[in-house]
Each structure stands twice: as structure tokens, then as C-alpha cells.
Design a protein around this ligand. Structure first.
Ligand code: AHR
Length: 503
């Protein structure tokens, strides 16, 4: 099977915001406890943070990490996580039916972010709480000493404000499962008033208002219209979430799901444009896709805890999806969509980062390893920075449930002008056929392959484990040929690859 892909140096989509490669950490299951934090682990630092996990996180060069939730944030008292550890209360976490020790709070998370070289994106609780607690948390995090909250922060060991710019106004407030769930009107009003108050403290904050929890919500996309009509002048981003499943074991339909994602993004982009016009506004609001990933492998095993049949365990195994090779292809397609929609998607977070639906897994007291999906996320984060190119793709396709004529090749390209490089990220969705691709690189003068990484596997259900952490891993690619302004390469059946060219 053949495909042609044409790129032109001047046909660009947008400069990609690096923060599209963000991640998410919630007080949920073992994400924090025995994930990033485990004081008696052999690699733990003085703060109790696992060094082996920090290393795997650091390698990803993640621009920002969203915290502390998620559903958790909607009944969270941030004050429980400050001050001497021995005085911090154990609380029942209503979202996940677990106990929260509060051994990790904002100070510990902020120090960890410094260790792994990332920025914080913080969420305020607009479920069980409201404007007043949001502004108090903001002042505690960013306020000057010489005032109540700044002085308390100093007393707790941190004199300098952290100066966090990115703030989420609650989480999934459209979801009936959310503590403090609201109608679009109720939430829009509260979010706007909270945003106004937060901006009175600091006009330069970047604020994210909740959009839909997924595109199957009954309230979607009317929710976005109503919420934006309340908040358009006071927020910078509207958040979207989406998780992907292959319960039917139908790979062709599964791998077409990023077309649904694309439609979701386009619908909300048009809703933003509609509200902007209606308001006669000059400002732009963008999309923060601050939860995305594959999530379904662990659903069955989680039922007992989520239904409360295990009491209130602390840091149990929850949402521990073990990702397979098929999920590598899915995550590759999702990231390609974000690159292609970098005109409107300015922030995004893989959900989550460690143990909980995560690219990194740990054993308590034991090893940390990379799940299969670590790799496409790694390649996009490291080599997907620059300007997204508007590719013309000609490829045979197939009809799927969510779209007709889904091309067998899913591809995106990023031009890093400074580095003089062009990176391609490509997935072959075909089960049995190799795709021979001709990349016509107009205005680029390609001269040399800098790097070529390929992921294939005999089994779609192959996984990485502590005992066999490299069962699914990239291998050096061969056979990319450069000549006459073109590059040819072969994509084996069901494969992912990253090709980087000097251009
Ligand atoms: O990431 C897991 C959960 O998924 C988050 O807590 C919530 O926001 C979403 O429903």
C-alpha cells in the first residue's frame, strides 16, 4: 500500500505551545503515595520522593503538571496538606472512596516539581467550596509575606511565593458524579466570579474554566456555550477531557477514535468562535485538553473499592491500567491530533503520570518502569516542539464507526526552525499491510536522517511489567531514504514511528 504526504515550509498550522505535553497527578490510588512519594523507598530523597520515578519523569521534559485533581479536588481542603505532618488530618476522600493522609500537600508537590523541572498547574475546589477558599489558596501559593496567607506559607517553610500562573476553576463540573456538581448556569456564574476575584489579585493569571467531561455528555456542547457566555472575558482556556476504550476488542474502530477527538475539538473551537462573535470580543480563548488517555483496562478490578466494599483504604491499587502495544498506536494518534490542532489546543495533560492510568508504573519498595505508552508521549514531548505543518495526506482508508475513509496512515509533522529539524510521527493502522510513504518536503532541502525510532510488535496485547520492562520498546529504524527533496520510508503493519530529519 502506498501513501504520499506533502509538506511545505510555509504551510503551517501554528506554533505548538510546549504545554500541550503536560501531565496530571491526582491524589488517587497510588499516584502520590508509593508513586512519586515513598519515604522508605531505597531511592527516596530527603523529602521522601522516589528518585527512580523522578528520573523517568524528568526524562519526559514535562512542561507542567496539573494537581491535585481531578474528582478529588471537588471535596479537598488544601489547608489539610500544610503545616507539620504529624498535625495533618486523615480525611475520607469521597471521590474515590479512600483515605487521604495529607502527608503530601502543596509544599511537597511544589518541591517535587522543582526536582523534576516542571511547572505547577493548580486546581481550586469549586465543588464543596467556592470563591473564598479559591482566593485563599491562591494567596497562600502566590501572595507576598506581610499578609496573612503569605506569612503562614513562610512559617511552613517557604518564604518566596511560587508564582503559579496556571489555575483550573474546579474539575468536571458538568459531571453528575462530581461533588458539588452544578448546572452550566450555576457553574458559569461561580466560575466567572471566582475568576474575577483571582484576577483582582493578579491580572496575569491564566485561568481554565471547565468544559465537558467527554463528548458523550448529554449537556455537551451546550454546556460550553453557556459557561463561556458567563466567563468569556475572564478566562483564557476551556478544559476538555476524553478517555479512550477498546472494550469490544475492535482494533480498527479503536484506532479511528481520534477522529471523534478531532470533531470534539472542532465543535468547541466553533463554540468559542460563536461566543467570541456574540460578545463582540477581541480576546481569544483556547482549549486546555487537561485529561486524556486510554482508560478501561482496570475498570472491572476497581469496582469493589469504588463501590465502597473495601472500606476506606489508603493508596490502594486503583485505575492501574496496564497498557499494551495497541495503546501505543492509540496514544500516537491522539498526540498527532493535538499537534494538528495546535491552533486551538494550547494546553494538554496526559492523565495521569504515575501508577494511575499512567505511562510510569511502580512497585511499592520495588522497581519503577515505563509502560508501553511512555514512548509515543516521550517522542512527542522531546521532538514535537516547534511549528506544526499542514500536511496534505493521500492514503487509502477504511470506514469506521466514528468516521468514513479513515486514512490508514495517521501522521503529523513539526518543524523546529532553530534546530533545523523536521520531526514526523506516524502510525500505520493497517493490520497486515506495510505502507510505503513518500514524504515530499517542499522548501526544506532534507539532507540527513537524525533519528528514526520504530515500534512494532507481534502481539497487540503485549505489555511491559516489572519483570519484563522492555517487552514493548522502540528500536532504531532503518530504510528511510532521502533524495530529490523527498524521503521514502516504510511503515510496517500496526506500527508507530518517529522520524527526525535535518532540513
Ligand atoms: O483521571 C481520573 C479521573 O477522570 C479524574 O479524577 C476526573 O477528572 C476524570 O473523570
Amino acid at each position: 500500500m502506498r501513501a504520499t504526504v506533502t509538506a511545505h515550509k510555509d504551510y503551517t498550522i501554528s506554533k505548538i505551545d510546549d504545554r500541550v505535553y503536560g501531565a496530571f497527578l491526582e491524589h488517587l490510588g497510588r499516584a502520590i503515595y508509593t508513586g512519586i512519594y515513598e519515604p522508605d523507598h531505597p531511592t527516596a530523597d530527603a523529602d521522601g520522593m522516589r528518585g527512580d520515578v523522578a528520573k523517568l519523569v524528568k526524562d519526559l521534559n514535562i512542561p507542567m503538571v496539573r494537581y491535585p485533581g481531578g474528582n478529588f479536588v471537588s471535596a479537598y481542603n488544601w489547608e489539610d496538606g500544610i503545616g507539620p505532618r504529624e498535625d495533618r488530618p486523615v480525611r475520607l476522600d469521597l471521590a474515590w472512596h479512600t483515605s487521604e493522609s495529607n502527608a503530601v500537600g502543596i509544599h511537597e508537590f511544589a518541591a517535587w516539581c522543582e526536582t523534576v523541572n516542571t511547572q505547577m498547574m493548580l486546581a481550586v475546589n469549586l465543588g464543596s467550596r467556592g470563591l473564598d477558599q479559591a482566593r485563599n489558596f491562591l494567596e497562600y501559593v502566590n501572595g507576598p509575606t506581610g499578609s496573612y496567607w503569605g506569612d503562614l506559607r513562610k512559617k511552613n517553610g517557604r518564604a518566596d511565593p511560587w508564582d503559579v500562573k496556571l489555575w483550573c476553576l474546579g474539575n468536571e463540573m458538568d459531571g453528575p458524579w462530581q461533588v458539588g456538581h452544578k448546572t452550566a448556569d450555576e457553574y458559569g456564574h461561580l466560575a466567572n466570579e471566582t475568576a474575577k476575584a483571582m484576577r483582582l489579585f493578579d491580572r496575569s493569571l491564566e485561568l481554565v474554566v471547565c468544559g465537558s467531561s467527554n463528548s458523550d455528555m448529554k449537556t455537551y456542547p451546550e454546556w460550553e456555550r453557556v459557561v463561556l457566555e458567563h466567563t468569556y472575558e475572564s478566562v483564557d482556556h476551556i478544559s476538555l477531557h476524553m478517555y479512550f476504550q477498546n472494550r469490544a476488542k475492535d482494533t480498527a474502530n479503536y484506532l479511528a477514535l481520534n477522529h471523534k477527538l478531532d470533531n470534539y475539538i472542532e465543535t468547541i473551537a466553533s463554540t468559542i468562535r460563536y461566543v467570541k462573535s456574540k460578545k463582540r470580543s477581541k480576546r481569544d480563548v483556547h482549549i486546555s485538553f487537561d485529561e486524556w488517555n486510554v482508560w478501561y483496562h482496570s475498570n472491572e478490578q476497581d469496582r469493589k473499592i469504588l463501590e465502597g466494599r473495601d472500606g476506606w483504604p489508603h493508596a490502594p491499587h486503583l485505575l492501574e491500567d496496564i497498557y499494551n502495544f495497541e495503546d501505543v498506536l492509540q496514544v500516537g494518534c491522539i498526540l498527532n491530533t493535538f499537534i494538528r490542532r495546535s491552533d486551538v489546543v494550547k494546553l494538554a495533560c496526559i492523565a495521569q503520570l504515575v501508577n494511575v492510568i499512567a505511562p510510569i508504573m511502580t512497585d511499592p519498595k520495588g522497581a519503577a518502569w515505563r509502560q508501553t505508552i511512555y514512548y509515543p508521549y516521550y517522542f512527542a514531548s522531546i521532538f514535537g516542539r516547534g511549528t506544526a505543518l499542514n500536511l496534505k495526506v493521500n492514503s487509502p482508508g477504511y470506514d469506521a464507526d466514528v468516521a468514513d475513509n479513515v486514512p490508514y496512515i495517521d501522521i503529523s509533522a513539526v518543524h523546529d526552525e532553530e534546530a533545523g529539524s523536521l520531526s514526523f510521527f506516524a502510525v500505520n493502522r493497517h493490520a497486515t499491510e506495510t505502507i510505503e510513504v513518500e514524504l515530499d518536503l517542499q522548501g526544506f532541502n532534507p539532507s540527513q536522517v537524525i533519528d528514526h525510532q520504530v515500534m512494532t510488535h507481534a502481539s497487540l496485547v503485549a505489555v511491559n511489567t516489572a519483570a519484563n520492562p522492555n517487552a514493548v520498546a522502540p528500536a532504531k529504524g532503518t530504510g528511510a531514504v532521502i533524495g530529490d527533496g523527498k524521503v521514502t520510508l516504510k511503515l510496517p503493519p500496526y506500527s508507530y514511528q518517529m522520524l527526525r530529519i535535518k532540513a
